[in-house]
Design a protein around this ligand. Structure first.
Ligand code: FAD
Length: 294
């Protein structure tokens, strides 16, 4: 099923994310975690793409496993910046062969080894180039893209960032998923700005449950997201007690999600980090708001 068809129903959706293993020895444990999350019957699941693409086949294996065995629509991520045109075309062909219908088209982070390159030699400079490639391919994909309520770290300002976001939509991107955020007001502000800029596609709010203190530093480094004082207090107070921190982190995310749904945001994506227990806890916490599917 195309994810655009889900959004067209205009009912609230809850989706989860898994990331593929980096090496073959952890493949089975990641696959099992993904299957446990799929058994929760979320509206869809996304499967990320290892930076640089070294583990691309795991993304497709896990995505098609979830879809065929659990009937949960999947969104396979694909990045382009460090790949040649031929490699990307091969990966798109693999997606078509595996029956993948939904693709998250991303640029990917620029690897350090490419930082001083002459970028005019790159086959893909931005996600929009990949979106165009997907649209020109034989696949009839529903294409998603990434967006940044707190501005992409490389952008000169939010106006420029939103201008390029609009280019992705004009090229055929049908929905956008946000970078994680911990302060809903920043997201609402972003929504006003993109709607004003003529971006009308569904926006999926990305929520990351922080369940241990170590994750905080990593999450900030990866996303550059603002950590509100209210959240910092949880980490300061419960960070040394793993069980308490986990409970507090899940409660914080649940609170964010309920506020989003109460304010008319229909699509929530949980960065569930291959943790079925965290995904299940959040799903249970809002089970009267978004009933679990049979
Ligand atoms: P782009 O849309 O290309 O934007 C990158 C920067 O370039 C922005 O500053 C933008 O304003 C600017 N820009 C865009 N177009 C133009 C243009 N035409 N001219 C000039 N400037 C332009 N990474 C992975 O490796 N694997 C994943 O699976 C993955 N999944 C992600 C999922 C989500 C929801 C998000 C938010 C991020 C994900 N990432 C993933 C990280 C992502 O690859 C990085 O954030 C990357 O730095 C930017 O990717 P993008 O697709 O947003 O790039």
């Amino acid at each position: 099923m195309k994810i655009s068809e889900l959004f067209a129903k205009k009912v609230p959706t809850l989706s989860f994310e898994v990331f593929p293993p980096k090496t073959s020895d952890t493949y089975e444990s990641v696959k099992t975690a993904a299957e446990h999350i799929a058994a929760l019957k979320p509206d869809f699941m996304s499967v990320t793409y290892g930076a640089g693409g070294g583990t691309s086949r795991y993304t497709l294996n896990i995505a098609s496993d979830i879809e065929t065995r659990y009937g949960v629509p999947t969104l396979a991520h694909l990045t382009c910046v460090s790949s040649s045109r031929n490699t990307v075309r091969d990966r798109i062909k693999n997606m078509i062969d595996r029956g993948i219908k939904n693709v998250m088209a991303l640029r990917g982070d620029i690897p350090e080894s490419m930082a001083n390159d002459d970028r005019t030699n790159w086959h893909y400079n931005h996600a929009v180039d990949l979106i165009r490639e997907l649209k020109e391919s034989d696949g009839d994909f529903c294409i998603g893209g990434a967006c940044y309520p707190e501005v992409h770290p490389e952008s000169v300002n939010q106006k420029e960032d939103i201008k390029h976001l609009k280019e992705k939509i004009d090229a055929g991107c049908e929905f956008l998923t946000t970078q994680m955020f911990f302060e809903n007001n920043l997201f609402y502000n972003f929504m006003y700005k993109i709607r004003e800029a003529g971006i009308t596609v569904p926006i999926v709010a990305g929520i990351m449950p922080i369940t241990n203190a170590k994750q905080v530093e990593r999450a900030i480094k990866l996303s550059g997201s603002h950590m509100p004082q209210r959240f910092k207090a949880l980490v300061d107070h419960f960070g040394t007690n793993p069980a308490a921190m986990k409970q507090a982190g899940i409660a914080y995310s649940t609170d964010q999600i309920i506020d989003l749904l109460a304010n008319g945001i229909n699509a929530v994506h949980v960065y569930s980090m291959n943790k079925p227990d965290v995904a299940a806890a959040i799903q249970n916490n809002i089970s009267e708001i978004i009933p679990k599917k049979k």
